[in-house]
Design a protein around this ligand. Sequence first.
Ligand code: MTE
Ligand code: MO
Length: 364
Amino acid sequence: AAVVPGIVKPLPDAWFTARGTNAETRFEALAGTGHHTPVDRFFVRNHTSTPVLDASDWSLTIWGDGLRGGRSVELTLDDLKRLPAVTRSAVVECAGNGRSFFTTQQGQTVSGTAWTLGAIGSARWHGVRLGDVLRRAGLGRGAVDVMPRGLDADYVTADGTNLGRVRRPLPLSKALDDVLLAYGMNGEPLPPDHGAPVRVLVPSWIGIASVKWVGDIEVSAEPLFSPWNTDFYRLFGPAHPEGGGAPLTRQTLKSAFELPWNASLEAAAEHRLTGRSWSGAGTVARVEVSTDGGGTWHRARLHDTPRRADWVRWSAPWRPAAPGAYTLLARATDTTGRVQPETTVHNTQGYLFDAVVRHPVRVV
Ligand code: MTE
Ligand code: MO
């Protein structure tokens, strides 16, 4: 396939905070929109830059010793579109979403993109089940791992090490469970920034699992490794196992207000605070809001039926009596019983921040 590097969507200032080829959604840009993030406001996280691939020239190669007889199978986009199609709603969220709060809220040093809370988006993904594709390719009995790989450029780290193309192994059990090969997003063909013509969509798992611009998938009878499950996307630091924790899989629990940082709100007026909460385990069971920095909590009203791997919209009324500086908090509980904590245990790469974020506003 022809790869044209260096083409990135222009990022409207009003919606994104652009950081190189990474762009995060401003949560206030979601106020009043529907459940799904409009494609032009959906965060972008690229290791290099968006390649523009010709769909008619694209094919997917499935290969490896985990296929029967060690064969390899090639599928075009038309081949994929002949398989039974499915549509599902799910978020994609970067494992580092919320990373900046390790520093600003907990005074800790972490490496990586300093996202606030906008490295997440929810979309309706349209495509085929990875399991259908793998079974048709002829899964061998001994297959254990699959590793999708992107067609974007090699990732070269700041110190000049070439880590090759973005790829990350997935246990076969997850691959056969709910993973999609998506070619549509919110009713449109998948756009270039989100992996056109086809991306992997791994519900509930950290964003890196959802490999964009997928070009090949290795199916292996042995466990697979890549820098994205050895050097990155594990918890490192004094509070974690020596040499790092297990490769990260599920996302954590978070909440965000659809309000600008330091928003101005009128005193003695009725406001409707809105936001979204999500969890990588179970579904969101309850969201509470505090307008006095955590002294008292009020149950927010949920505006979506909570579903796995997706966020829920919520609202809470607030009538601030007096002008001044206030701290708003939103705290979610999921059906596994987890509650967002006051602090997140530090890890050096700043993954899975789940503490309640202290959102400052001014009442004027
Ligand atoms: N896939 C490829 N091929 N290259 C990448 O750089 N970035 C990953 C993942 N898939 C990436 C990729 C990361 S870290 C995240 S968080 C998600 O894509 C972001 O998906 P989005 O840009 O569609 O929001
Ligand atoms: Mo990410």
